[in-house]
Ligand binder design. Structure first.
Ligand code: TYD
Ligand code: MG
Length: 455
């Protein structure tokens, strides 16, 4: 084993220092030195480096699908992972505190433990009793699910060597520390070093590891996204804390497509998969209320129908307010500006609130038209036609722009029983609406509003 020592590496310029300092002596940036373990170069290693130890192979000689995935009986989770768990892969599950990461992973562990092979759940944050309490609540009681309440990485690795688990879960990576570094658990150096050591174990034993990562206030996992580069797959569990829906999103996946989402609902017995999310999101809709419009958005590769609600009311202050819940605030300002300038709606003295029902976040411009129509509908106090779904991006001149993957969106709208879909004019000529779905084309926001509001 190579001798190691620690040094402080600047995250900005890459220079290595023997001592920690608040400011990097080379580039002058503040707070960039991070404690790092480095291998001491030895003479024999330098000589050995001249002799290749692993042979380069011609590309066709490499087997392409060497990994037989471990199947997961949870279809939503399995899809987000790209179709099961790849042996030897390291998956990072990030999310706000209390969103349900531990619950999701404990449920997954329980499913996998059913065929009798050991699964190791390392809990650095909660005691074994706390894990047991959660397990009782979830109805999990598998004999081959092992719980280890430990924060020392060396102990965790020793336990993994001993148990040869089929899967290891480390909850959370911020709570474990290695004795090789002096930094506190959760510091950038510690998190990175612990993750790399777990990665080495996973790769050399072909045993997958799931890491739980907390999201910092700025939204990055463990500081400056140090972990995302190291691991194979990054999943984010998101949702509003006081809403029951949770979205599991893959933002990086070396073994599958990114941008997949799985939809779950948090209930008394843990997370339940929502197999038909559009239906769930529209369940409480009041069809003839002013200010409500249905957008057909795409989450990754999956079409989702969501209700966009807007409320416009005369302000009682000198400056009117705009509040965006689930849509981008700047996008909302832009749409309000287009509505005022191109359609002449007097929105300057209106407080405007926009909300996406179910705690979803819609970041696609394809939802523009639904947001704008919802605002206009509330302002005019005229409802949107109940059987109409809406797709379209709005340009600064109030023109409607085509959106990607229209056929997929139309299929979903038809499946949920919508009779008509409002689309940009160009698309109305091309795309054939699926069974029973009439396409209503509009060139501008003006025309779209004309077609959408009840007369
Ligand atoms: P948890 O998995 O502990 O979140 P994280 O690990 O991301 O911090 O979940 C915490 C929340 O989930 C907590 O507020 C309680 C709620 N919950 C349920 O609603 N139902 C359940 O069955 C469980 C286990 C938790
Ligand atoms: Mg937790």
């Amino acid at each position: 084993m190579a001798k190691t020592r620690t040094q402080y590496v600047c995250q900005n310029c890459g220079s290595a220092q023997m001592k920690w300092a608040g400011r990097c002596p080379d580039c002058g940036e503040w707070n960039t030195l991070v404690e790092t373990v480095v291998a001491e170069p030895s003479k024999s290693a330098a000589r050995a480096a001249l002799v290749p130890t692993s042979a380069a192979q011609p590309l066709p000689a490499i087997a392409s699908d060497g990994f037989a995935r471990i199947p997961l009986p949870l279809p939503e989770l399995s899809r987000v992972l790209g179709g099961g768990i790849v042996p030897g892969s390291v998956v990072l599950v990030g999310g706000d505190p209390g969103i349900g990461k531990s619950t999701l992973l404990l449920q997954m562990a329980s499913f996998l433990a059913r065929d009798g092979k050991p699964i190791l759940y390392v809990s650095g944050e909660e005691s074994a009793q706390q894990v047991k309490l959660r397990a009782d609540r979830l109805g999990v009681a598998d004999a081959s699910l092992y719980v280890l309440a430990e924060v020392s990485l060396e102990q965790v690795l020793a336990q993994m060597e001993h148990l040869h688990p089929r899967l290891t879960i480390v909850d959370s990576i911020q709570s474990v520390y290695t004795e090789e570094l002096t930094g506190a658990a959760g510091s950038v150096g510690q998190v990175r070093e612990c993750a790399s050591q777990l990665l080495r174990f996973a790769k050399s034993n072909n045993s997958p590891v799931f890491l739980v990562g907390h999201v910092t206030k700025t939204g990055a996992i463990a500081g400056p996204r140090v972990l995302e580069h190291i691991v194979d797959t990054v999943l984010y569990l998101e949702g509003e804390r006081f809403q029951s829906y949770r979205l599991l999103r893959s933002v990086k996946n070396r073994f599958g497509s990114t941008n997949e989402v799985g939809v779950f609902e948090m209930g008394e017995g843990g997370l339940r998969e929502v197999l038909n999310p559009s239906e769930a999101f529209l369940a409480e809709r009041l069809p003839n209320a002013a200010g409500s419009a249905i957008a057909v958005t795409l989450e990754g590769t999956r079409p989702l129908l969501v209700e966009i609600q807007a409320l416009s009311s005369t302000t009682s202050f000198a400056i009117s307010r705009r509040t965006a819940n689930g849509v981008d605030f700047n996008r909302l300002l832009l749409l309000v500006a287009v509505l005022s300038k191109r359609l002449g709606l007097r929105l300057s003295d209106q407080d405007i609130f926009v909300n996406v029902v179910g705690g979803l976040k819609v970041s696609e411009p394809a939802a523009d038209l639904a947001v704008a129509i919802a605002i206009a509908s509330s302002f005019k106090n005229v409802p949107v036609m109940a059987d109409l779904a809406i797709v379209g991006e709005i340009g600064l001149s109030g023109e409607l722009r085509a959106v990607g993957q229209l056929a997929k969106r139309l299929n979903e709208a038809a499946k949920l029983g919508f009779k008509r879909c409002l689309v940009p004019r160009g698309a109305a000529r091309q795309a054939q609406g699926p069974d029973g779905l009439g396409l209503v084309g509009a060139r501008s926001l003006d025309e779209a509003l004309e077609a959408a509001l009840v007369r």
